[in-house]
Design a protein around this ligand. Structure first.
Ligand code: 9L3
Ligand code: MG
Length: 159
């Protein structure tokens, strides 16, 4: 289904409504085998925003805004190329959330699984990036918009 490019959020009564920003983020997964137990752990790539970015030093799943004319999948593939230098195959959409900021702005955020990509991961824009087991995600200071998903993933739901 083709998404409209912009939606207006009229839920606040503080004058002109701010545009709802459409954002996509990727859950880049890898399966790490543990030699001792013989069982595998799922790890996900997490990225920390730079000190000079808005919401500085918060952790996030990489991604960004959908540009006019792009599908969600096209936008995510572009963002993952720009931010990490990879050519990602965008998989299943596992969540969509709306998040409101105190300034009246809002984002509509869609999360997609990425378990295949070409090229070598390269940190192009972040302060730091690392692989985290799903169960360890709550230890990181994530963007508020990502917190509901963090909880579901760390408690074994969704994946
Ligand atoms: N955002 C939230 N969670 C994420 C991402 C990638 C982005 N996992 C929010 C932060 C900004 C907006 O979406 O409010 C746009 O993201 P960016 O362009 O600053 O990466
Ligand atoms: Mg981004």
């Amino acid at each position: 289904m083709k998404e409209p490019i912009r939606k207006l959020d009229r839920s606040t009564d503080s004058g002109t409504p701010k545009p709802m920003r459409l954002v996509v983020a990727g859950l880049i997964l890898r399966h790490a085998d543990s030699a001792e137990s013989g069982t595998g752990t799922t790890e996900v790539l997490i990225c920390q925003r730079k000190p000079d970015q808005p919401m500085s030093l918060k952790w996030e799943f990489p991604g960004g805004k959908i540009e006019p004319g792009e599908t969600a999948e096209e936008a995510l593939a572009r963002e993952l190329d720009e931010e990490l230098g990879i050519s990602a195959t965008i998989g299943r959409r596992i969540a969509q959330i709306r998040h409101k900021y105190r300034n009246g702005g809002a984002i509509d955020l869609q999360f997609f699984v990425v378990d295949q990509f070409g090229g070598a991961l390269e940190n192009r824009i972040f302060n730091d990036m690392r692989w985290s087991p799903l169960t360890a995600l709550p230890e990181y200071d994530f963007l508020a918009a990502d917190l509901g998903l963090i909880r579901d993933l760390s408690e074994g739901r969704l994946l």
